[in-house]
Ligand binder design. Sequence first.
Ligand SMILES: [Zn+2]
Length: 396
Amino acid sequence: MLIGKKVRLQPNRGQERDFFRFAGTNRFAWNESLAFYEDVYRSGGGYATLADLMKHLQDMKHNYPDYKWLLEVPEAITKQAMKDLLKSYRTYYKERDPLHPERYKPKFKKRGKCTESFYQRTDNIRKTDDTHIKITGIRKPVKCTMLRGVDLPKNIQNPRVTFDGKYWYLSYSFEVEEAAIVDYARGTLGIDLGIKDFAVFSDGRHFANINKSPEVRRLRRLLKRLQRQVSRKYEANAAVDGNGKKVFHKTANIRKIEQQIRMVYRRIANIQRTYMYEVAGAVMRTKSRTVVLEDLHVKGMLQNPRLARAIQEENLSEFRRILTYKCERQGTELVLADRWYPSSKTCSCCGHVARDLKLSDRIYKCAICGLVMDRDENAAVNLERYPEMVSKTKTA
Ligand SMILES: [Zn+2]
């Protein structure tokens, strides 16, 4: 199975300039190839192939002095941009939806609107010493202390250098033989995911919603303030054109605040990601043979404002992605409970289903057997029993 890794690079100033140049070339090759592809198609030439795209760019850089600079950038970068584009078209043709014809359609990459990144040749990537790594096209090896004492795997796949607005990273994936075998300490662990708490385990542990932590609240307030500032500044600097329409433009100050906004977003995303890895780690440390999650989490979401809901959904799917690969690696079975399984409404003691349970009922009180239990803990216990329930109904 495939494992992904990401390590931070610490380029010096000159190297960083080259990184930006390479990322710009990646964007250029993508955009140029996209325009060419569309041209060929429109003029009845069918679907351009990789060879067609490469020939087009070759012609440009050898025949037009304006594009001579392309010769100074590793060819693997532009070639990969074309491969990425064609892959993107394949996805588009496969997923194309007549109701939303523009969805999945490859778009032009705009500077500042897309992740700065470029491809690395797999056969050229290597450590030169314990803290430096050779990047194609960059003369001196780039500093990377995160690889200290660790060897790069032999079978590296798809290495990329990316910029997150602050730091540069090298990411790559590699194949490992098989899942590690552990001594299981537990049969099944049920996990109820929600809004009040991020996760409640069927062993009774609660993991708070990180979005409600003081630090994230503070950052969200800061974000609001900066966003208000920036829109005020846009208004203040707006001019009116000949047609009486407002024209906005960026000042150095606006650029500065927008960069600050990106940094706050980045910080929030990092906190969320770290936390999800922490909770996923706690799941793995229970050494369960099986882990059960709900398939689609709709519970309680409807009451949430739209944006908060979107964020929450994104977080939950990211968490599930992390858990999926961690489980795969450890040989744990991951079961997604059917979304209609009444995990919240069922009494985990007697099995009675309380149809009238409201979202505001934080405590589950059973009218039949008298069980009194935290609502989410009750749901987690029911999820733990889910595999058993399913096999029962199958045999019945
Ligand atoms: Zn009961």
